[in-house]
Design a protein around this ligand. Structure first.
Ligand code: F6P
Length: 330
């Protein structure tokens, strides 16, 4: 554990990016390394996410190693989806490696799944963790916003603005699928910001007949084109959905699956700023010895919450926002 030498705290912090990448992760790594080194702490980067903890892929990071990355997407540390980390053997191995590197604290950047993984690691190893909320899904309970969400929303909205040109020109209905395997936060935010006529999200079941009926009603009030923003986890295959709606409405339907363009790319200023704030806050928590906290944005402020609590609750969709998409689609 950390100790004081000549009045300064001495501590080794491991930083790891896990799960899906999110624009702004690099800015957060930079913030962690620089905020920590300003306090005389050592930072060790773990490559390839939780897999790198098991495979011992560690390397020291200095402020110079994180130059020129504030504006880049992806993760300089790489990431992975690691099933082995969910097993006792995987966690034991990770714990062994962290101890051999004399790591006192782990800062993990990731979403909901990574937060659960980090908590298990802390339980097995006894090493405290801090999770910096970074995910385009924005589905972590207890906080309003993660790093990367704003960037992904903007990427999708920019794409839909272009798609709408074609939709209007040809009187077509477009289904635009955005990411969100389990939750619809990204889809809802994108639907509202792009002026879409429908948000189809896993949290709200709607039948294909109902969507068809509403498309026809819109046609009757003079709306000849519409955009349906669909989360990937809602209503199955978008191409099947399109052929069903073609049959039900007689409209010309097209599908665009935005996919991984939402995960990458240059982070927005907002994502970068959140990254700087969250990274700095995570280092402060380590210095203060505040264990197992999640760092995110809540009510416009940087907050830290008990990871266990966040893991045991489910983030709710903003129902007013969901309603508003329909209210404005007239
Ligand atoms: O990062 C979260 C997410 O974008 C989900 O919305 C999506 O379903 C998933 O990642 C897919 O990621 P991968 O192909 O890396 O497993």
């Amino acid at each position: 554990m950390s100790h004081y030498a000549r009045g300064r705290i001495v501590m080794n912090i491991a930083v790891v990016t896990s799960g899906g990448d999110a624009p702004g992760m690099n800015a957060a790594i930079r913030a962690v390394v620089r905020a920590a080194s300003g306090q005389g702490l050592r930072v060790i980067g773990v490559e390839k996410g939780f897999l790198g903890l098991i495979e011992n892929l560690f390397r020291p990071l200095t402020p110079r190693d994180v130059s020129g990355i504030i504006n880049t997407g992806g993760s300089i540390l790489k990431s992975s989806r690691c099933d082995l980390f969910k097993t006792p053997e995987g966690l034991e191995k990770a714990s062994e490696n962290l101890k051999s590197w004399k790591v006192d604290w782990v800062i993990a950047l990731g979403g909901d799944g990574s937060m659960r993984g980090a908590l298990s690691l802390s339980k097995v190893s006894g090493i405290p963790v801090t999770v910096i909320a970074s995910s385009i899904d924005n589905d972590i309970a207890g906080i309003d916003e993660t790093i990367g969400f704003d960037s992904a929303v903007n990427t999708a909205v920019e794409a839909i603005d272009k798609i709408r040109d074609t939709a209007v020109t040809y009187d077509r209905v477009f289904i635009v699928e955005v990411m969100g395997r389990n939750r619809g936060f990204l889809a809802l935010e994108v639907a509202l910001a792009s002026g879409a006529e429908f948000a189809v999200i896993p949290e709200h079941r709607i039948s294909i007949e109902e969507i068809g009926k509403r498309i026809r009603q819109m046609g009757e009030i003079g709306k000849k084109s519409s955009i349906i923003v669909k989360a990937e986890g809602a209503m199955g295959d978008p191409f099947q959905m399109a052929s069903q709606l073609r049959r039900l409405t007689g409209y010309d339907l097209r599908v665009t699956v935005l996919g991984y363009i939402q995960r990458g790319g240059v982070p927005t200023a907002r994502s970068r700023n959140l990254a700087c704030l969250f990274g700095n806050h995570a280092v402060k928590l380590a210095i203060e010895g505040k264990k197992n906290r999640l760092v995110g944005l809540k009510d416009g402020k940087v907050v830290d919450l008990d990871i266990e609590e966040s893991c045991s609750s489910i983030k709710k969709i903003d129902e007013d926002k969901y309603e508003l998409v329909s209210i404005l689609a007239v």
